[in-house]
Each structure stands twice: as structure tokens, then as C-alpha cells.
Design a protein around this ligand. Sequence first.
Ligand code: GCB
Length: 618
Amino acid sequence: MSPSFSCMRTRVFGLALSIATACACLAQQPAPLIIDVEHRSTISLNGSWHAIVDPYDTGLKDYRSHIRSQDGFFRNAKPQTPQDLIEYDFDKSETLKVPGDWNTQRPSLLFYEGTVWYEKSFPYHPKPHTRVFLHLGAANYFSIAGVNGTVVCDHEGGFTSFNCEVTSLLHEGENFVVVYVNNTRKAEGVPTLSTDWWNYGGLTRDVQLVEVPERFIQDSFIHLIPGTQDQVAGWVKLSDAAADQRVTVQIPELAIERSVTTDRTGMAEFSVSDKRLQLWSPDHPKLYKFEIESGSDASKDKIEDEIGFRSIEVRGHEVLLNGAPIFLRGVSIHEEAPYRSGRANSEDDAKTLLGWAKELGANFVRLAHYPHNEHMLRMADRMGLMVWSEIPVYWDIRWDNPATLANAENQLTENITRDKNRASIAIWSVGNETPVTDARTKFMQSLVKTARALDSTRLLSAALQVQHRDGTTRMIDDPLGADLDVLGCNEYIGWYEGKPEDADKANWKSPYDKPLIMSEFGGSALSGLHGNSDARFTEEYQEDLYKHQVAMLDRIPFLRGTSPWILMDFRSPRRLLPGIQDYYNRKGLVSDQGEKKKVFYVLQKWYQQKQTQEHSSQ
Ligand code: GCB
């Protein structure tokens, strides 16, 4: 049988469009996302992968730019006779580590934006009544996956998980998977051409095979009913639309068990109430083991997760966690690896980053500017940190392009699908610093609508900016504010705007009766650079800026949270000052090598005061 990859579908990505026009196409969408892979039977494909750097897409297209549907690199071909012409060889190519961005693994790839082909061989023993999915935690930015020479799916978006079914392609013995990954920036992409973070390419998160029964538990949503303290509700969705299937949910610690039956779509809803339920909060991040069982015999499936129950609401200017007002003492975080630089991808990375946030006195983190890896969310659940989760609708997206909107909607949907059972997630953010125009507001409203339809238990926000200034008054009157539950606002008084002391006179107003989170403020300092507090890039300047900031923030009556920019220095292609920036954004409270700057302690002290005030007013 000659392996082929003749069917790739039309996608918004320019490359995929050309693939589509070159072949008569069937859709090759990823399969619906399987959630909670952490608690399934999996075979890790992490480790060394052979990698071919392919700047001209030679493995995909011939010299006339036609798709190589018969002899492209997905075939992982080997010469059978000395006459065979095969101009690539995965086995002889150097390797890259997965998970991992390619940029920080080889000096020659630091600035590389383009295609890299990944290949890995693995043994497999097919099991009866078992379906198998190739699951990729993330591939930045556009990827096409193939198994044993057949393309199985393609995916756009660099920060969300996807999976494709490979059951019929696997055989006894050695198998191989090839993944094409391209991180070329596109004007119509999400994000678009310009960002203030490094465009790390590659298979940046875990890759695994997930084994499930013939009919399996595809998805579930488990949450406290908003406005209650003891009522849990949700739904379970099976992998196919089978009616009258029995689904049992259990919380063993509370001896709770409910059995329900699926409807025609394979969905079953449930609700339980129990006065003994302990609610999740940053002070008491209680998680319960939650079991779901479905079917019988070959279609019997069982998964368990650790779930926290809490409610998050707004009332006027207040944010209420489990019915009580709370101030969100936060910090913004990029998915940047502590100590070694590159994309963060492990549980240890999550422990270090979130550990610093805890040390700061935070009860909240803003995971900027895209969905982070699942380790971060699970760690936040366990450590007791509320999370703002964001999609990379950043700066100047193509607001009028329907394909760009479809892409953003898809990334939002994938984000919510994967993470909706994490108690830590308090806020879905639909974007950052998007310029106010009618087209943009319509685009963002559409995202808000989608998020609300998928999850009505979380708050919605976006990082906005001041729209009008009148003397010392700053007005947060972005029209999108009307659609949000919480206003986010980024401001850089004392860094991009005026002097740190200008904050002393700033007077903040909003036309909305809604809480505000100051989602960014800050300034840069090179760790270890000392001088006068009016000298840019010194630790003293940054420290002084924060002192003025916190005094100002204390005067904003509707402020209910802060997530200053940013926990740790991170790589950015926009930061070119030699000896100071060297391609790093230096606004971190902590350097990329883990050194705490003076400013860390200013914020820590302020958060201690906030916490004391909150406790004494309860
Ligand atoms: C911002 C952006 C953030 C940048 C930051 C900065 O407003 O939201 O992504 O990194 O400013 O340092 O300029």
C-alpha cells in the first residue's frame, strides 16, 4: 500500500489554503478534544525526535509549489534500491527534545521562523476494543500530523491542545509519527505579526497516545451551581451520540453517587447537593476526587479527576468568591521557563513560577497572553491561585476577516474545553490591548458570546486601556466594557507615560458599575543594576515606580484586583537594548535567572497589607 497524504482541508492559514487547492480535500479536522488526558491510559511520545529544518517547505511542496502528495516527508521514506532518489533522512537527522521549543535547543534556531519536521518511531501493540488518539498539548503555530505515512489532521493555533484518531493506522511492532510544524507569523493569524513575546516554534508541550474504549467519556463539565454553596451540577458527554447509556458520577469522600442516562446526543446531565461540601478557595484549596463511569464491557470507561467547587460572581464593584468579597492580589505570568529560558512546559516549571507568585502573597495569576500548559492550571488548583486565562487576541488583529474570527473562536473554545473543570479559573479573557473600533468591538463581542455560551460560571474580562484623559482624570470607557463582567486595564504611568510620580495625581473613572482589575502596570529593571531612582532600568527606578503605583491603586474605589507586569523577565524580539535588554523584556519582579529584584518586596509588602485589611474587615 502506498501511503499518501492527499487530503488536507482549506484553512485560514495561507499555507493550508495552498495545500487545499492542490488536492481534492476531505476535512481533516482534529477529533473532538478528549479532556483530562492526565487521568487516562496514555503512552508518552515525549523525548528525542528526529528533526529536519525545512526553510523552503521542501518536504511539503515541489519546486512548482505543488503539494507532494505522494512523496512528501510524511512518508518517512527510505531508499529501497541504490537507484532511489530520496533527499531526506529522518534517521540521520539531529534530534530535538519534545516537549520543547526549537529556538532554545540549537543556537542556529534562535531566530528561526519557518518549518521543522519532527519524526519519532515507537513500538505499539494494538489492543482489542481500544481506540487510540494522537494528542498534542501544543504545536506552534500551524501543524500537520501523520502516522505511518498517512496524514491524520492539521491544526492552527500555538497554545491549545488537539487530538486526532489513529486507531486504524497503528500496527503491531514499530510505527512512526511525523509532525510538520510551521511558526511563520501571519497578518491574519491569532496572534498576528507583532507581539511582545518570542515566537517559540515547535512541539512545545507533551505528545502522547491516548487509549480509550470504543465508546468513551469525551468531555464533562462539573461545577458548583452559581449562587449556591452546596449544589454541584454538570454534564458528561460520551464520544458518540448514543442514547440510554448509563453514566455514574461519584465523589467517594462524601459517599455521593448519582446515575443518569444519556440523551440522543450522548449527553447526560446530573446534579447533587451536600451540606458537607467544603468549598475551594486560595486559603483552602480543597479538591475532591471525582469519578465518572460509563457503559459496560468493551465500552466501559472510567476516569477520575480532582475537582474543586467554588463560585465566582460580581456584585456592583465587588468580586465575590464563594459569596464573600475578595481582592485579587495577582501577577501576570508568561509561559517562560525559569532559569533556562524558552517555553515552560513541565510541572516543575509550574511549581517554580506559581511558587514565586505565592511567595509574593498572591491569590491570583494572570496567565498572559495565551492559554498556558495544563500543568499550570492543575498546579494553580492545588496551590490555591485564582487564574485569569487569555487567548492571543493581542493588539492589531484582522478584525474584518471572518477566518481570523473563526480562528479566535476556535482557540477560545479549545481553551475552555480543556480547562473548564479547573476550580482555579475565575476569569476568561478575550484579549489584550485591542484598539477601539466598531469592527474590533463586534469581533470581541462575538468572543464574549461564545465564552458565555460555553461556560456561564466564570467571569469575562479583557485587558483594556484608558480611552479618554481629561487633565489628571483617566477614563476607562471602552465600549466593550459594557459586555464584560470585570474591567481589565493596562497602564504604564511612569514608564511609557510620564514619570512615576504622575501616578500621585491620577484620578480613575469608569462609566460602568463593575469591578476593575489593573491587569498591567510596571517598568523595566536589569537585575543587579543599581543607581538613582530616576535612572531608567535600575532596580531603584522600578522600585520607586511601584511605590507610586500602589499608592495610586489604593485610591481607586472600584479596584478589586491587580496583576502587574510581570512575574519574570521574558524573551522578546522587540527588546534590543544591548547590555540591558538583550532581547528580554525586563519588567520582571524576578529575573530570568530567578533573582528577585527590589520591587518584589514592595509588592509583597503591599499584598501583605491588603490581606491584613481583608481579614480584619471579615
Ligand atoms: C503591554 C502588553 C504586554 C507587553 C507590555 C510591555 O501593554 O500587554 O504584552 O509586554 O505592555 O512590556 O510593554
